[in-house]
Design a binder for this molecule. Structure first.
Ligand code: URA
Length: 235
């Protein structure tokens, strides 16, 4: 098996990030640093370590959905020492999230230790829809929604077009549904900044066919067979 595939299948990181970890000289095979790509290993015989920690293929795959609350980082070790999504999950397996949400964003995050599955779901080629609910103060105008739909220009760069619809206006708060396919950094926040609107609450409610549903904040559960199959079928 290729070393990068072994590492990503073991839940170390995505295949691309594993390449970088290898190039950074952090990986040893039987005690020797391997810092080039394309190396094959024998997963049954060889001892693979990342920064001195032995890495093993998972004995079983785990696929979960989490309702990330606001105020949690989507990283294993936050450099600012903030709470992370891993503080919410009690699992022996080394999991990694498929994509990320900002610290202040809440909602649906998928986690797994199955590197192939994660690569597939996250791959830009498949551009799974991601649906967000955006709450802003005040009454949003139809003309503003039209600008968001068309693709706002941020720092001279046109953001990809989005499916945008008004969900409700109540108590001086507007709730807007935004569906995007790409996952550029802070994409939804930048779209609303571009029209001069501050987001009060940003929540992801769907990835492809998987919905957040009634999952409580901070809680997680296994994806069902149907949810898993539908994600894979979408490919
Ligand atoms: N867009 C954002 O701006 N933030 C997120 O967390 C996700 C999408």
């Amino acid at each position: 098996m290729r070393l990068n595939k072994f590492l990503s299948n073991s839940g170390v990181a995505s295949r691309r990030k594993c390449d970088q970890i290898i190039l950074d000289g952090k990986v040893t095979v039987n005690g020797k640093v391997v810092n080039e790509l394309g190396v094959n290993i024998n997963e049954k015989r060889d001892k693979i370590e990342v920064e001195g920690k032995e890495i093993k293929l998972p004995s079983s795959f785990v696929y979960i959905k989490l309702n990330k609350p606001k105020g949690y980082a989507c990283t294993a070790h936050d450099e600012k020492g903030r709470k992370t999504i891993y503080d919410l999950i009690d699992c022996e397996e080394r999991l990694f999230s498929i994509g990320r949400l900002d610290y202040d964003t809440e909602g649906l995050i998928l986690l797994t230790n199955d590197g192939d599955f994660a690569n597939m779901v996250a791959h830009p080629k498949y551009a799974l829809e991601k649906e967000y609910q955006v709450t802003i103060e005040g009454e949003i105008k139809e003309s503003e929604l039209a600008v968001l739909r068309k693709g706002v220009v941020v720092n001279g760069e046109r953001m990809p077009s989005a499916k945008v619809s008004l969900l409700s206006i109540e108590n001086n708060l507007s709730k807007v549904s935004v569906i995007i396919n790409e996952g550029q950094n802070r994409q939804v926040r930048r779209m609303f900044e571009a029209i001069g609107r501050d987001i009060k609450l940003l929540k992801r409610v769907r990835i492809g066919t998987v919905k957040l549903g009634g999952l409580m904040r901070g809680k997680y559960k296994d994806l069902t067979e149907d949810e898993l199959n539908a994600l894979v079928r979408n490919k």
